[in-house]
Design a protein around this ligand. Structure first.
Ligand code: IMP
Length: 193
């Protein structure tokens, strides 16, 4: 089975190739010569993941899957959510996004939040969705230098350190993405047999 992962993120590609059965060949967007920016214009993670997967399926004819992730902070009504990558505007970066979160939560002791990853899969036109959630709290300051994005301010439930203070292996045991990917992998590994 050939399956396109609608990403050019090398880390995500290696991660999924290492856990899938070798009978499932994973292709990147580059490998199918897709150089376009995939559309993600919807108000929810699920709709965006489906939109990206459909774009590849309809325009390139490959079975494929796409993912979308957001940080949902309860006291901010679920913000930044689907806008996590560009929370601080057009020229957002991780530092500016974290600053905005810490400023908005200043003086607030209720700091519960969740990371959510949604993966949309299309095989021969059939759509399936897999979700992974990791709940936790937003710290008052930044801690740690590992990882990326909001990792320095996210303390997963049951831990006393942020994702950015964990090794990649430690984070991968509990992360939202790992949970969604393991559901996808279980589905695919049973699908091909
Ligand atoms: P994407 O959908 O995986 O590209 O993620 C969207 C945005 O969410 C990224 O730009 C990051 O800012 C943030 N994000 C996604 N996953 C993580 C994570 O595991 N840790 C911290 N931030 C993340």
């Amino acid at each position: 089975m050939k399956l396109v992962f609608a990403t050019n993120n090398q880390n995500k590609l290696s991660e999924i190739r290492s856990i899938l059965s070798p009978e499932i060949e994973i292709l990147s967007l580059k490998e199918i010569n897709c150089k376009e920016k995939l559309p993600e214009t919807n108000p929810t993670l699920q709709q965006n993941a489906i939109q990206k997967a459909r774009f590849v399926f309809e325009n390139y004819g490959f079975d494929c899957f796409a993912d979308d992730t957001g940080l949902e902070i309860d006291e901010l009504g679920g913000e930044p959510g689907v806008y996590s990558a560009r929370y601080s505007g057009e020229h957002s970066n991780a530092k500016k996004n974290i600053d905005k979160v810490l400023t908005k939560l200043k003086g607030n002791d209720l700091r519960t939040a969740s990371f959510r990853t949604v993966i949309a899969l299309i095989i021969r036109g059939n759509e399936d969705v897999f979700e992974g959630v990791c709940s936790g709290n937003i710290s008052k300051l930044e801690y740690g230098t590992n990882g990326f994005g909001y990792d320095p301010v996210f303390i997963p439930t049951g831990f006393e350190k942020t994702f950015a203070e964990m090794s990649m292996k430690e984070k991968s045991c509990i992360s939202h993405r790992a949970k969604a990917v393991s559901k996808l992998v279980a589905f695919l590994n049973s699908y091909k047999s």
